[in-house]
Design a binder for this molecule. Sequence first.
Ligand code: TXA
Ligand code: MG
Length: 329
Amino acid sequence: MTRLYGAEGLDLDCVTDLLLSGQLVALPTETVYGLAGDALREDVVRQIFDVKMRPFIDPLIVHIAELRQGKILAEISPEVELLAGKYWPGPLTMVLRKRPVVPDLVTAGLPTVAIRMPAHQAMRQVLQKSGLCLAAPSANPFGYVSPTRAQHVIDSLSGRVSHVVDGGDCQHGIESTVIGLQDPERPVLLRPGPIGREQLEATLDREVHPATAHLDKQAQVSPGLLKKHYSPAVNVDLLPHGFSDLPPEITSGQAMVFFQRPKHITGDEDYDLFWLTEDGDPTVAAQNLFALLRKLDSGSRYSRLWIEQAPSEGLGSAINDRLKRAAAK
Ligand code: TXA
Ligand code: MG
């Protein structure tokens, strides 16, 4: 049985106690829902991998409430302080040289640890009340689409997770940007996300190297860069943004997802035709992306989705990154 909690007051006191006693709780963050547990207890971290059916080679992100905690977990350079000052709390994860206190299980034996200070008020309150550092991967079975509402967690982890806090729909809808800062002189973008590479470069005043050029090679650097990830069960084929050829004929069992509502469709969602935004706003497209993928993947109405990519700039590149992984064969 899964128990659902509200995102304030006594409910948060209750889940804080659960976390302090070594249990796992699915919690909302501003990006996606996470499956949280005490990052410094190996037995707890092991449960997270179990519930997600996640291979031990894929390291977890540790969530903190204050930079002070980050200093206990990792080496904090002036570049980290700069980025933290600007983007924390918020959707930025930094991969840093770890200190021995972090269990090897959390970091998959890597010499680095990923740290993030989330902004969602429920997650922040739980972090503050408990004083814990919380390991929290996205609350989905390994390789599947991340959850952006409490019901998604229940849909895909039902029976495997006992406690879920309902904080409504996630603000960003895609996972945090991950930047590698082991060598502050040579920052690397390990996962594109809500905070763009251009923004990070402007803050750091140096180039942030893209990591997506050699996906499979990079998978060894950051296993979350595995080519096939965030995948629905249904087949996904991508179309370029603003594709000019006629859309492929949609036969029975196929759906078409436009980036933006096509002008000739004035009513509600047409049969088998969907879109991520009404007016082309990439922020809204990102918010809707995973919920729509999950919706079209549920039941067995569709065997194939044709999805138009986002414009490839800013947040659009993060959306396209997720789409390419969903489409990877
Ligand atoms: O928005 C998010 O980041 C969400 C919420 C819940 O905070 N969390 C999330 O966690 O997306 P997860 O486990 O689904 O993705 C973590 C990513 C993976 O791609 C993992 O390989 C990478 O971060 N990562 C974690 N530790 C790392 C490390 N030490 N070095 C390189 N990559 C690391
Ligand atoms: Mg994930």
